[in-house]
Design a protein around this ligand. Structure first.
Ligand SMILES: Cc1cc2nc3c(=O)[nH]c(=O)nc-3n(C[C@H](O)[C@H](O)[C@H](O)COP(=O)(O)OP(=O)(O)OC[C@H]3O[C@@H](n4cnc5c(N)ncnc54)[C@H](O)[C@@H]3O)c2cc1C
Length: 346
C-alpha cells in the first residue's frame, strides 16, 4: 500500500465494485473495505433491473452466488387487517455475501483493496487526507486527489460533504434476523401500521428464513420484537432460535435535494448518494448503475457535470415512485388494492 493515490474509494459494496471495474487504469485507486468480512443486512434479492444491468455488462452471476428457492411471487401481508395477496415477481434469490465478494473480484490491476475503515477525512490544499483504521486497531493516513464515497447509508463521505449543513434525507433503522426454516418457504412483504411506517419482509434461503424490517430510529428494536410476536401469535409463523442478528441504517429519498452527487473532487455513488427505491428498498441496481456512471464520468473534463447527466434519469425514476408510495403505505389505499386483487395472483 502506497501513501498517495489518485482516487480513494470508501466502501466495497456494489457501487464501489462496479466503479472499480470501470474506472480507467490511468488512475491509481485505493479501495477501503470496512466490512471486515461481515455480511450487509439484506434481503438478497436481485431485481430484474439488476439482472438486466449485469447482462448488459456481460457479467454472469456465478452459480454458487445463487440460492434456492426461486422467487415466483411475493405475498403482501397487512398485519393490521389480516389481508393477504400473492403478487407474481421474478427476482433472483442470492447469497449477498458471496455476491459482494464476486463483484469485488472484478476490478482491474490498478485497484488496491485494503480491509480498513475510513475514520476521518480532512481536506488539504489539493488533496484529501484520509485516516484509516484496520480491524486490529492500527491506524495510518493516506492521501488522494479524488475521494469517492460508496459507503452506503450513514456514509462518512456524505457527512463530510454536508459538514455545517443539515442533511435532511429520511432514514430508518433496519433490523434483520436469521432462523432455521420450520414452515413452508415464503417471500413476503409485511405492513403493520402500529409498529412501522415502512415495511418488513420474510425471505427463505435454502434451509433458513430471514425476518427483517425498516423502523423509525426511536423504539426500533421494540417495534421489531412486537412485529415478530404478531407474526407468531396471529399468523402462526415459527421463527425459533436466532442464528444471526444484524442492523444498519437505510435511506428513504423523498425529493431531489436528497441526492448528493459530489462537490469539486469529492463524489458519492450508490445509497450514499441517495439512490435507493423509497418503496421497495431495492438498491443494488442503483448502486451498480451509479458506480458505472461515475467511473465513466472520470473520462471527461468536468466529472461532476458529466456524472449528473448520466444519473439524471435514475433520480427521476426514484422520485416517480413517490406516486406509488400511498398505495403501498397508506392503510386504507393498500387495503383497497388488496381487496380489488389488481395485478394479484388468483
Ligand atoms: C435489510 C435490507 C434489505 C435489503 N434488501 C435488498 C434486496 O433484497 N435487494 C436490493 O436490491 N437491495 C436491497 N437493499 C438495499 C441494498 O442493500 C443497498 O441499497 C445497496 O447495498 C447499496 O449498495 P452500496 O454499494 O451503495 O452500499 P453498501 O452495499 O451499503 O456498501 C457500503 C460498504 O461500505 C462499507 N463502509 C461503510 N462505511 C465505511 C467506512 N467508513 N470505511 C470503509 N468502508 C465503509 C460497508 O461496510 C459496506 O461494505 C436492502 C437494504 C437493507 C438495509
Amino acid at each position: 500500500m502506497e501513501s498517495n493515490y489518485d482516487i480513494i474509494v470508501v466502501g466495497a459494496g456494489p457501487a464501489s465494485s462496479i466503479f472499480c471495474r470501470y474506472i480507467s487504469n490511468r488512475y491509481s485507486v485505493l479501495r477501503l473495505d470496512g466490512s471486515f468480512g461481515r455480511e450487509k443486512p439484506c434481503g438478497g434479492l436481485l431485481a430484474p433491473q439488476s439482472v438486466s444491468f449485469l447482462k448488459e455488462m456481460d457479467l454472469c452471476v456465478p452459480d454458487e452466488v445463487m440460492v434456492e428457492p426461486r422467487v415466483r411471487h411475493i405475498r403482501t401481508m397487512d398485519l393490521g387487517t389480516g389481508r393477504e395477496r400473492n403478487y407474481p415477481r421474478n427476482y433472483v434469490n442470492m447469497d449477498r455475501k458471496k455476491f459482494d465478494n464476486w463483484l469485488k473480484g472484478l476490478s482491474g490491476d490498478n485497484v488496491v483493496t485494503v480491509p480498513a475503515k475510513a475514520v476521518n477525512i480532512r481536506k488539504g490544499r489539493n488533496q484529501y487526507i484520509v485516516s484509516l483504521k484496520f480491524e486490529d486497531g492500527l491506524q495510518r493516513k493516506v492521501t488522494c486527489r479524488y475521494l469517492v464515497g460508496a459507503d452506503g447509508a450513514g456514509s462518512i463521505v456524505r457527512r463530510e460533504l454536508f459538514k455545517g449543513r443539515k442533511d435532511a434525507i429520511k432514514h430508518y433503522v433496519s433490523i434483520q434476523e436469521r432462523y432455521r426454516l420450520k414452515d413452508d418457504e415464503i417471500f413476503a412483504c409485511i405492513f403493520d401500521r402500529e409498529t412501522s411506517p415502512s415495511c418488513s419482509w420474510l425471505f427463505t434461503k435454502e434451509d433458513e428464513i430471514s425476518f427483517g424490517g425498516a423502523y423509525e430510529p426511536q423504539g426500533a428494536r421494540d417495534n421489531f420484537e412486537k412485529q415478530k410476536k404478531k407474526l407468531s401469535d396471529d399468523q402462526g409463523y415459527r421463527l425459533g432460535e436466532v442464528l444471526e442478528s444484524s442492523a444498519c441504517m437505510i435511506y428513504r429519498p423523498r425529493r431531489r435535494s436528497d441526492f448528493m452527487l459530489g462537490d469539486g473532487t469529492m463524489f458519492l455513488a450508490g445509497e450514499a448518494a441517495g439512490f435507493i427505491s423509497p418503496t421497495s428498498f431495492e438498491g443494488i441496481s442503483y448502486a451498480m448503475k451509479t458506480g458505472k456512471a461515475l467511473a465513466e464520468a472520470f473520462d471527461s473534463e468536468d466529472i461532476l457535470s458529466s456524472y449528473g447527466k448520466k444519473v439524471k434519469h435514475l433520480q427521476g425514476d426514484i422520485l416517480k415512485k413517490r406516486f406509488k408510495r400511498p398505495f403501498m403505505y397508506d392503510q386504507l389505499l393498500r387495503n383497497l388494492v388488496l381487496i380489488s386483487g389488481i395485478q394479484a395472483e388468483k
